[in-house]
Ligand binder design. Structure first.
Ligand code: PMP
Length: 368
């Protein structure tokens, strides 16, 4: 008996489980790259008051074009990356996952191909599957960087309509140098492809690394997606967004469902943006904690990948599941993801990282 007996589920979906990391109630949660610091009571009160104001008009549908929120996001990117963007160049949805789905709905589809470079974010093939878009991957180098000429060759060979580049990349933390990004975007433009630079973790990048938003004025085929789920400490608010040319955004407006961004979400996002200094206030500390984590993992004799994000990929283990389980048994939940033998840990508070470190030291000692 199959799970879907009697239902006309699409053949290619039958073998899948719903995507997602285990949601377990344990003391130390270092598995989904959240910001470990909750908002202050002042921010909570502003969000609550903004939601209450939205509730007073909730008999009506929300603003379908959410131009106020798009203007606020443009102002944020101006501050954060020096981008000068019109509100019409911004787009938002329920998490950058939904933004990306809009992109595949608009630019992918039957007979079309989406391309990325593995190992990378494991939701990408799901957006492709769900939109009936063919999915192909090129490879990253042994150190998880992307070789410019190999990337360009892969694009020329597969002629994808959509290229997805995560920078910093999940699960490796690797940032793409801006000249490599630009070479790829230029090549894609010459072949009529769009490129999405997924900057979900951009705020954690090292100082001096330009964001791909700096390329937007030159490339109408480029989109840069961001999220409020990570550095912005708003994973529960479900707001992701994108900056691109107006034409690009207009294509997404065709495929979005009407009123996809609820009045509650819009009010929450706008309130959070008013408190961006506070919400992003721990980013510097998380970066320092990340670099320290790479340092002590290496000092333990492990490999740890330099990261521009709020997580570290480390290994390698003959039996990574056993390590993951041993940590969980001690109340520390990390993520079993990435190439064989590697594990990924999100950067938490100093106390959480100390707990993770103590467990790792214990595990390695028992091993030898
Ligand atoms: N892109 C990358 C690279 C991610 O790691 C994630 C979250 N894990 C997302 C996009 C989606 O995040 P959200 O939908 O919460 O914005």
């Amino acid at each position: 008996m199959g799970r879907f007996d009697g239902l006309p589920i699409r053949e290619e979906l039958k073998s899948f489980e719903p995507y997602g990391a285990p949601q377990l109630d344990v003391p130390v949660l270092l598995n989904v790259n959240e910001n470990p610091y909750p908002p202050s009571e002042e921010t909570v009160a502003d969000v609550a008051a903004s939601v209450a104001a939205a509730a007073r008009g909730m008999n009506r549908y929300p603003d379908r074009e959410f131009l106020d929120l798009r203007a606020d996001l443009a102002a944020y990117l101006a501050r954060e990356s020096g981008a000068r963007l019109e509100p019409e160049q911004l787009w938002a949805a329920n998490g950058s996952n939904e933004v990306m789905l809009h992109i595949l709905q608009a630019f992918g589809g039957p007979g079309r191909t989406a391309l990325s470079f593995a190992p990378t974010y494991s939701m990408y093939p799901e957006y492709a599957r769900d939109t009936n878009t063919a999915w192909v991957t090129g490879r990253r180098a042994e150190d998880f960087t992307l070789d410019r000429s190999k990337a360009i060759a892969a694009i020329s060979r597969h002629r994808p309509s959509v290229v997805l580049l995560a920078s910093p990349n999940n699960p490796t933390g690797t940032a793409l140098p801006i000249d490599v990004t630009e070479a790829i975007v230029a090549q894609a433009a010459s072949l009529g492809s769009v490129v999405v630079v997924d900057e979900a973790y951009a705020e954690f990048r090292r100082a001096g690394t330009p964001s791909a938003v700096s390329l937007l004025p030159s490339y109408p085929n480029l989109a840069v997606s961001r999220t409020m789920s990570k550095a912005f400490a708003m994973a529960g608010g479900r707001v992701g967004y994108l900056a691109a040319s107006k034409q690009f955004v207009d294509a997404l407006r065709i495929v979005r469902l009407p009123y996809h961004l609820s009045a509650v979400t819009q009010a929450t996002a706008r309130a959070a943006l008013r408190h961006s200094d506070e919400l992003l206030g721990r980013v510097e500390q998380l970066r320092a904690e990340r670099d320290e984590t790479v340092g002590w993992l290496r000092a333990l004799g492990l490999r740890a990948v330099d990261s521009d994000a709020n997580f570290v990929l480390f290994g390698t283990f003959a039996d990574r599941h056993a390590v993951w389980q041993a940590l969980l048994d001690d109340g520390v939940l990390i993520r079993e993801t990435g190439p064989d033998g590697w594990l990924r840990v999100s950067i938490g508070t100093s106390e959480e990282m100390a707990a993770f470190r103590a467990c790792m030291e214990r595990i390695l000692k028992t091993d030898t």
